[in-house]
Design a protein around this ligand. Structure first.
Ligand code: SF4
Length: 244
């Protein structure tokens, strides 16, 4: 029987000193492939699951080991793309990281059905879960899929008290609407598993990648939110005592 170190998969890239993807300084592995097509995606070059670099879970973790001292206060985050579209590969990396004593996080959109990725979900110490839109129809028009799987995943986190950081991208004219943010924040107050909510301003830094892929970037004319708009959004969540 082959060892889990030999489980193969495809990665896009790594970030050795990530400060944005979970607590502390983290080694971030960006896995290749995604099942969504978010209109605001800044990494469309991760979409194609056949692209990227072929490697094994063992090779990925070997490369993390020299950074042990730097990530002591943080850990390892699997991101993407959507890391759970390669569930066995993700689970193997997480298991090897746990064996090394690293704290682990998975940055996910939650769209992969839980039945397909349960092992990886159980191995992760925490999730960074992107709630794209509370309304499933809006989620579908924004990303190509409804939000049922993501909300099911959040419910499971609540059941087992898996720590979660929620992420929500604020797009003017789409998700950055006070009424929608009020509904979302009301909904999130019911989840004690949520440790932090990150409201991320929509930006167009990845627009050149859409151009390179020859895919129309439909939000090209959408403005990035102003600081005042983001402050207003934050105040909605803070008024409900949600952890920002
Ligand atoms: S889930 Fe992430 S990687 Fe996938 S399309 Fe959306 S923003 Fe891009």
């Amino acid at each position: 029987m082959s060892s889990i170190s030999d489980i193969a998969g495809r990665i896009h890239s790594v970030e050795t000193f990530g400060a944005l993807d979970g607590p502390g300084i983290r080694y971030v592995v960006f896995l290749q492939g995604c099942l969504l097509r978010c209109a605001y995606c800044h990494n469309p070059d991760t979409w194609d699951g056949c692209d990227g670099t072929s490697t094994t879970a063992g090779e990925v973790v070997e490369k993390i080991l020299p950074f042990r001292n730097f990530i002591q206060s943080g850990g390892v985050t699997l991101s993407g793309g959507e890391p759970l579209v390669q569930p066995e590969f993700a689970a193997a990396i997480l298991r090897l990281c746990k064996e090394q004593g690293f704290h682990t996080a998975v940055d996910t959109c939650g769209a992969v059905p839980m039945e397909k990725c349960r092992e990886a979900l159980e191995l992760a110490d925490m999730l960074l879960l992107d709630i794209k839109a509370l309304d499933s129809e809006e989620c579908k028009s924004l990303t190509g899929m409804g939000n049922e799987n993501a909300l099911r995943l959040l419910n499971w986190c609540q059941e087992v008290q898996k720590p979660v950081w929620i992420r929500h991208v604020c797009v003017p004219g789409i998700t950055l609407e006070p009424q929608k943010l009020e509904k979302l924040s009301d909904f999130l107050t019911g989840f004690s598993c949520i440790q932090k909510i990150e409201l991320l301003p929509f930006h167009k830094m990845g627009a050149y990648k859409w151009e390179a892929l020859k895919v129309p970037f439909t939000l090209a004319d959408t403005p990035e939110p102003t600081a005042a708009q983001m402050e207003e959004a934050r105040s909605i969540f803070l008024s409900r005592n949600l952890p920002l």
